[in-house]
Design a protein around this ligand. Structure first.
Ligand code: MN
Ligand code: MG
Length: 643
């Protein structure tokens, strides 16, 4: 995107013209050093270290720049876990995210939902190290009678006073108001960590209450740091993705968005009323969303004029700069396009020690496996990775429930693959070789810092739970060959396998649910021959189902989830349970055969999309007579399988 993208309003009088660049990072999830800790190899497409080079470059292009982060910075890689769980923040330790942001001279940041994953104390300790304001208007320690009476956890907004240099080289004062909001679901998602220590309000309600105060206090320009995605047009109380209603709030000039890990402007947002992907605006307000894990730097350029002591926005331009574009072309108004190679910046040095400590930590052996553990064929029912997690969960919960009122019930274990392609790409598979198991291997097996939980469910709920999972397959049609096995509208993390049962999935039948869990038709049934202990399951049978707290409280909308049926919760992190399980066993030999089989007709073929690294393990699915067809344009390997 070049200079021609500027959108101008007419200038009515002689005035000073000022260019102000506003930059966004969002959903960094502790991606600092350009490194994939699960694969234990460099990944130059991600991370704040390399983004800092883009920021440095962008700052040379215009005289006036502001830099903001939009939240979800504290959790997401083994670096985040290491500082939260293994090392803690010992006296004098700077959290590497805070150290990097301080060095990059951020002007302000806001909080995302994942900031609360490690509890409030760890968050506040980390934030105390920030040399920039942290704002969030709808997260409160206690709620008052109205939003402006809330006792907010951090400052609801901040007025930033800056001098801007105009095109003639003259300096002018500006007051930029910065306000932040985050999804109110935090109190539900992080209930166990937070112990009711925070309360939340609807994002739009809070922002609409505070913005007028910012204006009254002298804000010339209001920047909204919205840790929320671009979702429904209509405002509903407590909505999770509220960027569109937020953009309609009077007095807000521009929005930085995030949370949904997308890029805005981009074609996926075409055809939404009020959203202009050419101009990069929502309701006429310049808006950006800079991907995730430090994949992009979001840039909003504002052109303003100073008239009669007031600022007026006359134009804007929005772009995202992707790290993936290996050699980047930058445009300077005075010099034209030029190519600038990436340099090793100061931020790399700042995070180097943290990087080294984490590498040492993740490479320590804690056990051995005689068989490889991977997720390449999880959708064919062959996956040692989910089997291992299921075993560890079941052992932990069964032991804890043994002496209680539920001690007599069968304990089942539900697991979805942490890594199984999807938006994460063809390398996004669990792939642990036979040999020593390290912390890194476990992080590869279970990437989320979820907590263990268990539900008490009926046989009918169990069957419906499995229907939700079975909906991730396409319906296969008689007489057609080479249909794609998987419906890509269903993320792999919603493919729950229940270990401890025995069942078939009939792919000739239509799915009961669509990708976001909405019922298509309750009569659609794919799960067949559902048995426990060799006996068919009756609808009113009772089971304990091990899962994680996220799922137990309703994430993904699985049958029977919700607080009423949660019979067990524990602060233990599933990955720590896994670590303890491996340490205790010492030696693992896991059979990859899962509890289900895919069913169609003899001679029916379908195409499985999996990672190219599956090539080395293709013998594991010899029962499916696999034929490798090639690699698609996204880099996934296509395998023809006989069902
Ligand atoms: Mn995020
Ligand atoms: Mg988020």
């Amino acid at each position: 995107m070049g200079q021609e993208r500027w959108q101008f309003a007419p200038i009515t009088e002689v005035s000073s013209t000022v260019d102000l660049r506003i930059m966004e990072t969002t959903d960094l999830h502790v991606h600092l050093h350009p490194y994939d800790y699960y694969a234990d190899c460099p990944n130059p497409d991600l991370g704040l270290v390399r983004l800092s080079e883009l920021v440095d470059q962008a700052r040379t292009e215009v005289p006036n720049c502001l830099l903001f982060d939009n939240g979800d910075f504290l959790q997401g890689t083994p670096v985040g876990d290491f500082f939260a769980y293994d090392r803690g923040l010992k006296d004098g330790d700077l959290h590497p995210v805070m150290a990097a942001m301080n060095a990059m001279r951020y002007d302000a940041i806001t909080l995302g939902n994942h900031e609360f994953n490690y509890g409030l104390d760890f968050l506040m300790k980390s934030l105390a190290q920030a040399e920039f304001p942290v704002v969030s208007a709808n997260i409160a320690k206690t709620l008052g009678a109205s939003p402006r009476n809330d006792q907010c956890l951090v400052k609801p907004y901040k007025l930033i006073h800056r001098k801007l240099v105009d095109r003639a080289g003259l300096a002018h004062d500006i007051c930029v108001g910065v306000i932040g909001v985050a999804p109110p679901q935090i109190t539900v998602w992080e209930r166990l960590n937070l112990h009711n220590r925070i309360q939340m309000r609807d994002m739009v309600t809070s922002a609409a209450a505070w913005v007028p105060e910012m204006r009254e206090a002298g804000a010339d320009l209001v920047v909204m740091l919205a840790h929320t995605g671009i979702g429904p047009l209509r405002h509903t109380d407590g909505m999770e993705n509220a960027a569109i209603p937020l953009a309609r709030i009077e007095g807000v000039d521009l929005l930085l968005t995030g949370h949904s890990h997308q890029v805005f402007p981009s074609r996926i947002f075409a055809d939404i009323p009020g959203v202009d992907i050419e101009k990069g605006t929502i309701s006429g307000k310049p808006t950006v969303m800079a991907g995730f894990f430090g994949s992009h730097l979001g840039v909003i350029d504002m052109r303003m004029v100073r008239e009669g002591g007031r600022w007026r926005v006359i134009g804007s331009r929005v772009e995202n700069r992707a790290l993936r574009d290996a050699s980047m072309t930058f445009t300077r108004p005075d010099q034209g396009p030029r190519t600038q190679p990436m340099r090793s910046p100061k931020v790399r040095k700042i995070v180097a020690r943290a990087h080294d400590m984490v590498l040492e930590n993740i490479r320590q052996p804690i056990g051995r496996t005689t068989s490889p553990i991977n997720s390449f064929f999880v959708f064919l029912g062959q996956s040692a990775s989910t089997a291992l997690v299921a075993d560890a969960q079941r052992a932990f919960v069964a032991r804890r429930l043994a002496d209680g009122p539920f001690g007599g019930l069968p304990v089942l274990s539900s697991v979805s693959p942490s890594k199984a392609g999807g938006l994460g790409g063809p390398r996004n598979y669990t792939n642990v070789a036979a040999g020593p198991l390290t912390v890194r291997s476990l992080a590869d097996l279970y990437t989320y810092p979820n907590r263990i939980a268990a539900l008490k469910l009926t046989g009918a709920q169990i069957a419906c739970w499995l229907e939700r999972s079975a909906s991730c397959y396409n319906q296969l049609h008689a007489g057609l060959e080479d249909e794609m096995l998987l419906n890509t509208a269903h993320p792999a993390y919603n493919f729950e396998i229940i270990y401890g049962l025995d069942y078939d999935i009939d792919l000739s039948r239509p799915a009961r649910f669509d990708g976001d869990g909405t019922t298509i038709d309750l009569r659609n049934t794919r799960v067949r021959n559902l048995c426990w202990n060799g006996q068919p399951i009756v609808p009113d049978a009772e089971f304990i189902l091990c899962t994680n707290s996220f799922r137990a409280h309703g994430a993904g909308g699985f049958a029977g989830a919700g607080p009423d049926n949660v019979v067990f919760e524990d602060p233990a992190i599933t990955r720590d349970i896994l670590r303890e399980y491996v340490r205790t066993k010492g030696h693992l030999d896991i059979a990859p055969q899962g509890p289900f089989r895919l069913q169609f007709r003899t001679g029916k073929s379908a195409i499985l999309r999996t990672g190219p690294a599956a090539f080395n393990h293709i013998d594991a699915i010899s029962a499916f007579a696999p034929e490798i067809i090639g690699v698609d344009k996204k880099g996934f390997m296509r395998v023809r399988v006989q069902l």
